[in-house]
Design a protein around this ligand. Structure first.
Ligand code: GBH
Length: 453
């Protein structure tokens, strides 16, 4: 069976990371403009002011995707390009940009998968508290309604929010990403609750405003657990730990995905966070758990665990640590089993199909004297991960798509332009795009529907 016949082969990007044109055509500022312009927040002070200049070069980028042969493209809308103040008056030129992009994609036979929010909150809304202000539920609903009414005739695949845990952990708890806050845990949980409510309101607005049937989700991420053996005890330990909320951190999937799909916060989290819980009003869980149609999941790395004497998962010291292949960014250890177990555990618990809406590798790829870009490590990475995804498909877990992160080298948040995840190399002085060796490899993989991986 290999990969299913209607499998989506895609690439992914996000608005702030590629568009540039930060103060062009009426775009309002976002928290990433503010953050990256503060001293010492990003690598060598890099900002997304220009990025890949995709705002002006989108035709070239769509042409690249057409050559690549993808049938799906995941990108995000810039909220402050569409509504410069976050709420209120829309910006016609911003709206027109995504019309052009969507039409170019459809003309190239590529299905748009749109994320409403990939981390670039309008600055005007941050000044009013951002995710800490419960009014954001209505602000987000208004934004989602605008996107639905404008693009919902052509866009049928939607994601509300990208990686809630990253937004709260890095933006509100550790302060390493915009808006750079370091808040007490209770406030993080409060912001997290508002974020989940906003997701629910967003789903309602999308369903009300789009034409015909749409597929909606929220792009989650977590810390993958790999059972070190495939014995039942190790598998159960890994599964429990994957969803568990047993530490005062918000990476574990249960806190984020259980409310959305199962309509309740997990019991263990309610106990672990008992002194810091947000106020949950009547009707909140119902709003959060609007029906979604698939699991969207960004999957990169992970670590192995085994069942300890008490059956609970324990990390294995040294295992897959030193000597394990890595990407150049700190957290990216090459753990190809991650998507296999993510698919198996999540489709089991949530009873929905899953699409891998991000997976990718960064390295210091350089342009060779012959003008090509050699990136054998990326090809190796994709081969290993896609074989594991194929295994999940063959065993009957419903995986329906894969989006490589990213089409282009781009603004890698706090790491600036230092980290290159693209299938296409970008020279930031000239904006010249050069497909890497992995581009041709992925094109061939897509052509064979994964049979030759
Ligand atoms: C994605 O997030 C983003 O969506 C995308 O914008 C970005 O460019 C891309 O990845 C590459 O960074 O605490 O060590 O367990 C990053 C995915 C998932 C990475 C959670 C860190 C937890 C690391 N993140 N993961 S750890």
């Amino acid at each position: 069976m290999l990969f299913p016949k209607n499998f989506t082969w895609g690439v992914a990007t996000a608005a702030y990371q590629i568009e540039g044109a930060a103060s062009v055509d009426g775009r309002g500022a976002s928290i990433w403009d503010d953050f990256s312009h503060q001293p010492k927040k990003t690598f060598e002070g890099h900002t997304g002011d220009v990025a890949c200049d995709h705002y002006h070069r989108y035709r070239e980028d769509v042409a690249l995707m057409r050559k690549l042969g993808v049938n799906g493209y995941r990108f995000s809308l810039s909220w402050s390009r569409l509504i410069p103040e976050g709420t209120g008056k829309p910006n016609p030129k911003g709206l027109a940009f995504y019309d052009r992009l969507i039409n170019a994609l459809l003309a190239a036979g590529i299905t748009p998968w749109v994320t409403l929010y990939h981390w670039d909150l309008p600055s005007a809304l941050q000044r009013r508290g951002g995710w800490l202000n419960r009014d954001i539920v209505e602000w987000f609903g208004e934004y989602a309604a605008l996107a639905a009414s404008r693009y919902g005739d052509r866009v049928k695949h939607w994601m509300t929010i990208n990686e809630p845990p990253c937004i709260i952990n890095t933006g509100y708890k550790d302060g390493t990403f915009a808006p750079g806050l370091k808040l007490p845990f209770a406030e993080c949980l409060h912001a997290a609750h508002n974020l989940l409510l906003a997701h629910g309101r967003g789903v309602q607005a999308l369903r009300a405003g789009c034409q015909g049937k749409i597929k909606v989700s929220i792009a989650q991420t977590g810390r993958e657990r790999i059972p070190v053996t495939e014995g039942a005890r190790d598998i159960e330990a890994a599964r429990a730990d994957y969803f568990a909320c047993n530490e005062r951190a918000l990476w574990n999937l249960g806190w984020w995905a259980d409310p959305v799909v199962l309509g309740k916060y997990p019991e263990d989290g309610l106990a672990t966070f008992a002194d810091a819980l947000p106020r949950i009003k009547t009707g909140d869980m119902k709003l959060i758990s609007q029906k979604i149609d698939f699991l969207a999941y960004n999957c990169y790395s992970g670590w192995p665990v085994r069942a300890g004497a008490n059956g609970k998962a324990e990390k294995i010291p040294g295992e897959w640590g030193a000597g394990n292949p890595r990407g150049t960014i700190s957290w990216l250890s090459v753990v190809p089993q991650a998507p296999y177990w993510a698919a198996r555990f999540q489709t089991g618990r949530y009873k929905l199909p899953i699409a891998f809406t991000e997976n990718g590798y960064c390295n210091t790829d350089f342009v060779h004297l012959d003008g090509g870009v050699r990136d054998p490590q990326r090809i190796d990475f994709m081969t290993r991960y896609l074989r594991e995804i194929r295994r999940a498909c063959e065993e009957g877990y419903p995986v329906n798509g894969y989006f490589y992160w990213s089409l282009l080298d781009n603004f890698e948040w706090a790491a600036g332009y230092r980290e290159r995840f693209g299938l296409v190399h970008v020279d930031y002085n000239t904006q010249r795009r050069t497909p890497k060796d992995s581009f041709a490899w992925y094109r061939d993989a897509i052509r064979s529907n994964g049979a030759n991986i």
